[in-house]
Design a binder for this molecule. Structure first.
Ligand SMILES: C[S@@+](CC[C@H](N)C(=O)[O-])C[C@H]1O[C@@H](n2cnc3c(N)ncnc32)[C@H](O)[C@@H]1O
Length: 251
C-alpha cells in the first residue's frame, strides 16, 4: 500500500472544522502506524509507559474480573493488551478509525494467546456498543483526536454501564500562558523534525502541538466529565498540566 500524503493540506483549517478534522487525522495515523510505538516511546522519553501503567493500576484496583472493556482509539493496542494482562478474564475490544493501526494491533494479537483482545475499525464518536453495556472504557491520547471531543466523551459515557469506569490519558492545553508557549513550541519543533526524518512529512508529528492547542485544559476536561455524569476517582497531572490521566465513574 502506498503511503498517503498530507503535503499541502491546511492543518489549522482541518482542526477548526469538525466536519473536516477526520479527513486529516485518519490518513495521518495511517502514515505513522508502522512506527507509532517507537515514536511514542521516543517522544515521551519513556514517560508514556509510566503514565499508562499508573492509570491502569488505578483501573485494576476498581474493576471486576471478567469485565467487558472497550479501548477507544486503540492504535496498536497498548492499553488493550495491558488490560488483558491486568484484569483476569477481561473481555477487551479495541476500536480505531485507522485501518493500518488496526492491522498493527491484529498482528500483535496473533501472538498474544487465546484471550487476546479483538480489534476492529470503528469510530469513537459512534461506538459499536449499546447504551449502558460496557463496564470499562479506556482511551489513550484518544479524545483530542476526535472531530468534537465533547461529543466523543459523551459517547463514551453513553455506552458505560451504571457504575462503569472511564480511564483516559492525554495531552492537555497548559493553563499557564508562558508554559503553554514553551511546551507547545517544543512539541511542534520536535514533532516536525521526527516527522520529516521518518516520513518526509513534518506535519505528521507536527500535528500534535496544534491538536493540543485546540483541545481542553485539564480543568475544562474535568468540568466536562462532570457534565456527562462521571465522577473522578483517581487522577494525576504531569508536565505542569500538559499531560493528565483520569479514572472516572458513571453514576
Ligand atoms: C495517538 S493515537 C493513540 C493510540 C493508543 N490509544 C495509545 O494510547 O497509544 C490516536 C488514535 O486515535 C485514532 N482515531 C482518531 N480519530 C478517531 C475516531 N474518530 N475514532 C476512533 N479512533 C480514532 C487514530 O487512528 C489513532 O490510532
Amino acid at each position: 500500500m502506498t503511503e498517503p500524503s498530507l503535503r499541502g493540506r491546511d492543518l489549522e483549517a482541518h482542526l477548526r472544522d469538525p466536519a473536516r478534522k477526520q479527513q486529516f487525522v485518519t490518513p495521518m495515523f495511517d502514515i505513522i502506524a508502522p512506527r507509532y510505538d517507537d515514536f511514542t516511546r521516543l517522544f515521551s522519553l519513556g514517560m508514556d509507559a509510566r503514565w499508562k501503567g499508573a492509570m491502569l493500576d488505578a483501573v485494576a484496583a476498581r474493576v471486576e474480573a471478567g469485565a467487558g472493556a472497550l479501548d477507544v482509539a486503540c492504535g496498536t493496542g497498548d492499553l488493550a493488551f495491558a488490560l488483558q494482562r491486568l484484569v483476569p478474564g477481561a473481555r477487551v475490544r479495541g476500536i480505531d478509525a485507522s485501518i493500518r493501526m488496526i492491522a498493527e494491533a491484529q498482528r500483535r494479537a496473533t501472538t498474544a494467546g487465546d484471550d487476546a483482545p479483538e480489534f476492529h475499525v470503528g469510530d469513537m464518536s459512534a461506538l459499536p456498543a449499546a447504551t449502558g453495556s460496557v463496564q470499562l472504557v479506556t482511551g489513550g491520547y484518544a479524545l483530542r483526536n476526535a472531530p468534537d471531543w465533547r461529543a466523543a466523551l459523551a459517547e463514551c459515557a453513553r455506552v458505560l454501564a451504571p457504575g462503569g469506569l472511564l480511564a483516559t490519558l492525554d495531552f492537555y492545553r497548559p493553563a499557564n500562558a508562558g508554559w503553554r508557549v514553551l511546551f507547545l513550541g517544543y512539541l511542534r519543533a520536535a514533532g516536525e523534525i521526527v516527522g520529516y526524518a521518518w516520513h518526509r512529512q513534518g506535519i505528521v508529528y507536527g500535528y500534535i502541538a496544534p491538536s493540543i492547542a485546540h483541545f481542553a485544559t485539564v480543568a475544562e476536561y474535568e468540568r466536562e466529565l462532570k457534565a456527562v455524569g462521571l465522577t473522578v476517582e483517581a487522577r494525576a497531572t504531569h508536565l505542569l498540566g500538559g499531560v493528565a490521566w483520569h479514572v472516572a465513574r458513571k453514576g
